[in-house]
Write a protein that binds this ligand. Structure first.
Ligand SMILES: NC(=O)c1ccc[n+]([C@@H]2O[C@H](COP(=O)([O-])OP(=O)(O)OC[C@H]3O[C@@H](n4cnc5c(N)ncnc54)[C@H](OP(=O)(O)O)[C@@H]3O)[C@@H](O)[C@H]2O)c1
Length: 336
């Protein structure tokens, strides 16, 4: 059933069912049936044990904190949500593993695409099989580079692969995660996000782009990436971080809805200095390495220092502050 728009998990015994999508038909394919669709059970490929093992790692109390809140209600009330098959490119990453978890919690079928799952997305090789029967792609891939050329190469190649006409025959919605004001900065790492957004906008698959601010987890990423033997280098940066879990909640919400184009920006509840949150994270995790603040050169560094990556007033805000996230992420860890 090449045009299948929904695939039940192989373990499902519900067989065929009729369900409604809250979205308009898309002319590009035979999607006239997408408003009201009859779903049939289709055998799923055997799950990749390694990916399942990684993605089913127990969630920390930080994750439970959120699950108890609004999202658990959504999970309950989404019992009637039509099942869709969602591919998560980067589904093992910082935000990706939350996306994968939430997709499964909401009863949808997930396909994790990452090198550790056997897919290098810098080319489209092998993607047609992986995307077979997939309705929605959520792109949360990332590269650790800070350089404009390497970042542009990565995001350009991976987005092109995910939107390659030969592999997206059945995909009706492409959801990409970008960064608040990345297109305004358009330098260093952020040049790659500009390339990614441009490809998504120019593609043939109906799309949604969500821009979020840095994650609370960015403190740990900075500590890891900026670490030398004797010290950790922390760029001077004004940031308004948001929990990756809350970004994942928003992404999944968007993914199961109609393509929106540019979604409202999502920022964190309060502004922080990057050095402060990295220091708090280092103290809570008993990381003894001295922290050295550096001024990154060029337009990217200047933008980070000036607060160019802060969200505009009036855009959407996450609920969890960095301090709350840290307290639940590192129980017993003292930031003081
Ligand atoms: N971190 C932040 O603070 C932040 C804030 C706002 C927006 N964002 C955006 O959110 C997205 C995800 O960021 P993140 O911090 O969650 O990333 P991350 O933790 O570095 O995870 C990156 C993911 O991409 C996969 N990946 C990397 N190279 C790949 C390749 N060649 N082929 C296939 N998979 C590949 C990784 O898995 P493998 O290593 O197994 O391949 C991993 O699953 C990025 O687009 C970023 O711009 C990040």
């Amino acid at each position: 059933m090449a045009t299948a728009i929904a695939v039940f998990a192989a373990s499902s015994n519900r067989g065929c069912a009729t369900a409604a999508f809250a979205r308009p038909p898309v002319a590009r394919r035979d999607n006239s049936r997408l408003g009201i669709e009859r779903f049939c059970t289709i055998p799923s490929p055997a799950p990749n044990r390694r990916v399942l093992a990684r993605a089913s790692r127990p969630l920390t109390s930080a994750h439970r904190w959120h699950t108890i809140g609004a999202s658990s209600q959504r999970a309950t009330s989404s019992a009637k949500e039509p099942e869709v098959k969602i591919a998560i490119a980067g589904g093992t990453g910082t935000v990706g593993r939350h996306v994968t978890d939430l997709v499964r919690q909401r009863g949808h079928e997930s396909v994790v695409l990452a090198r550790s799952a056997g897919h290098d997305l810098t080319t489209a090789t092998g993607l047609a099989d992986a995307l077979s029967g997939v309705d929605v792609v959520i792109d949360v891939l990332n590269t650790p580079t800070l350089g404009a050329a390497a970042s542009t190469r990565f995001f350009d190649a991976t987005t092109a692969a995910l939107l390659d006409a030969r592999v997206v025959a059945g995909v009706r919605h492409h959801v990409a995660l970008s960064i608040v004001n990345a297109t305004r900065v358009a330098a260093g790492y952020y040049a790659g996000k500009v390339a990614q957004e441009s490809r998504v906008r120019a593609g043939t698959v109906p799309w949604t782009i969500l821009r979020a601010t840095q994650f609370h987890e960015f403190a740990a990423q900075t500590l890891g990436r900026g670490s030398l033997k004797v010290a950790a280098l922390v760029p001077v940066m004004r940031t308004q971080p948001v929990a990756a879990r809350e970004v994942a909640e928003r992404l999944v919400e968007l993914a199961v809805g109609s393509p929106r184009g540019q979604a409202a920006d999502l920022g964190g509840p309060r502004e922080e200095q990057l050095i402060d949150i990295v220091r708090a994270y280092a103290q809570a995790t008993r990381t003894r390495r001295p922290l050295v603040q550096i001024r990154l050169p060029g337009r990217m560094g200047a933008a980070m220092r000036a607060g160019a990556l802060l969200p505009a007033a009036g855009t959407e805000r996450g609920r969890q502050t960095f301090a709350q996230w840290l307290a639940s992420e590192v129980p017993g860890g003292s930031a003081g």
